[in-house]
Design a protein around this ligand. Structure first.
Ligand SMILES: [Zn+2]
Length: 201
């Protein structure tokens, strides 16, 4: 009896974990697609709790906000289906660790662009933290758009039902079959706010 219940619990917890992973990876891909990136494919490796989104090429340097949104979308979306979860709870989630590293590189590169010349290390640390906060706020605000969330859920279901692999064409077809206008507007506004972000002085 105990073992049967344990098995049921295990199965349901695995399903939840795979779904959360699918939402994470799909969020990267859908956000990238709606912001104009060419997605080549999205895959999940449920066993390793890892996923990949391959894009034809990254965004141009002046589209810094777009790069940040795509990097943070996975973790932000995953937290929405697994409240309380963070990369710190799950250090063996390689994709999430890569996302964090990528986001940190993006903040550092931006500090180099908008930081005042000759600024102290303390000032640069403050700017880095400010950019990090602004990026997380903008990503969470965009992902709260119900239309965007419906797209992410539909594509995540398709990814799971398609043996954990979607081509870029399938991703684009599934996304573009749904209403996308509000989601695009929300994402472009978030990217624009980040690209025009100036630190407090
Ligand atoms: Zn990720």
């Amino acid at each position: 009896m105990l073992s049967a219940s344990a098995k049921v619990w295990h199965a349901s917890s695995m399903t939840t974990a795979i779904r959360a992973l699918a939402v994470h990876e799909t969020a990267h891909a859908v956000v990238g697609h709606l912001l104009g990136a060419t997605i080549l494919n999205v895959t999940l490796n449920a066993k390793l709790r890892d996923g990949t989104t391959v894009i034809a090429q990254g965004f141009a340097p002046q589209k810094w906000g777009e790069s940040v949104l795509m990097a943070l979308a996975g973790g932000t979306a995953q937290r929405m289906v697994e409240p309380g979860r963070s990369m710190l709870d799950d250090p063996h989630h390689p994709d999430w660790a890569n996302d964090t590293e990528k986001a940190e590189m993006l903040y550092s590169s931006r500090v180099g662009v908008i930081g005042t010349e000759g600024a102290s290390d303390v000032e640069e640390d403050r700017l880095f933290a400010e950019l990090e906060c602004a990026a997380h706020r903008a990503t969470a605000a965009a992902l709260c758009t119900s239309e965007l969330w419906l797209i992410i859920e539909a594509v995540a279901d398709r990814l799971i039902n398609n043996c954990c692999r979607l081509s870029g064409e399938e991703l684009a077809r599934t996304t573009d079959a749904m209403p996308t206008e509000r989601a695009r507007v929300a994402l472009k506004a978030a990217a624009c706010s980040l690209n025009n972000y100036r630190p407090n002085t």
